[in-house]
Design a binder for this molecule. Structure first.
Ligand SMILES: C[S@@+](CC[C@H](N)C(=O)[O-])C[C@H]1O[C@@H](n2cnc3c(N)ncnc32)[C@H](O)[C@@H]1O
Length: 162
């Protein structure tokens, strides 16, 4: 179940460019963008990069993007830009040519300190709903806690229908 996105990356990306996702994107932008300038951002469940490069557009110092699916991560890495906004190539490299976006293949139900932790902002869109059970959900929160700096900000987005 955890790597189910390996086989659905293309149709997933297709629906992510349609209306409901664009509304979601705008909600995230208006809520989160003010907190991003100069922040070191950890993005959990980055998928194929729907938000990853936006953080740079919104002024992030760097982004570490984590996902459990190698197919989704590879697509995010290869695309090199936001599917919704546009990311000028100039924001993808720092003044000293440091890479500003990095990707990591990892299971967010396994709490671990990622390279570069602690981060100023931990963001996830559609992660917590993939917790397999109560214990898995608790471990996702432990993972967030281990990677967030004291006084940092957490934003997780998903909605429950029905
Ligand atoms: C609905 S997609 C969301 C992707 C992206 N955040 C977006 O908004 O388009 C859910 C993502 O969560 C990832 N995922 C599911 N369980 C995970 C886990 N335990 N650890 C890390 N990533 C996970 C999937 O591989 C998939 O890329």
């Amino acid at each position: 179940m955890s790597t189910q996105y390996n086989t659905i990356q293309a149709p997933y990306d297709y629906i992510r460019k349609k209306s409901i996702a664009l509304i979601e994107h705008e909600n995230i932008r208006t809520t989160l963008a003010p907190h991003i300038p100069n922040a070191r951002v950890l993005e959990l469940a980055c998928g194929s990069g729907f938000y990853t490069y936006d953080f740079l557009n919104w002024g992030a110092a760097s982004v570490l993007a984590v996902d459990i699916s190698p197919v989704m991560i590879e697509h995010a890495r290869a695309s090199g830009s936001s599917p919704v906004g546009t990311t000028p190539a100039s924001v993808l490299t720092g003044n000293n040519n440091n890479k500003k976006v990095d990707f990591l293949l990892a299971d967010c139900t396994k709490p671990e300190r990622y390279p570069g932790a602690p981060f100023d902002v931990v963001f996830g869109a559609w992660l917590l709903n993939y917790a397999p059970d109560r214990r898995g959900l608790l471990d996702m929160f432990r993972n967030i806690e281990m990677n967030l700096k004291e006084g940092g900000q957490v934003c997780e987005y998903y909605y429950a229908a029905g």
